[in-house]
Design a protein around this ligand. Sequence first.
Ligand SMILES: [Zn+2]
Length: 147
Amino acid sequence: MDELIKLLDKNLKYINHKIEDETIYIYVKSNRDKCYCPDCNSLSKRVHSRYERSFQDLPIIGRKSIIILNNRKFFCDNKNCHKRTFSEKFDFIRDRAKRTKRLEDEIINLSQNMSSISASKLLRKNIVTIGKSTVCNILKKTKPSAK
Ligand SMILES: [Zn+2]
């Protein structure tokens, strides 16, 4: 499992997982011991707090996968920086997103040549819990001119 998780990001560490019906839940945390402030680029090792962040990823052995990340907030100790704290960020997911980038790519690939209703039905079957309007929104983001 840890190897699978490291394919998503080498800074992630597998904690445990559970399988419920068609979904696999994977609990992970970061193994970085320091982070850079996204605003001033100062290095911080001081953890402010932890919070849970969950998002969906590509399916594993035919099951939908939900990753529950024990995410951290760090202090920014640079007095000239307007940020007091910042959240640890990862390349595989956008801020506040509920799906990994590689899952969004998969949704785009599957949805491009069919209606969003058919796409959401197909996706819901064994890939991701998703509604028609979310499919539309993801497609819109990739083609800003499309209505
Ligand atoms: Zn800063």
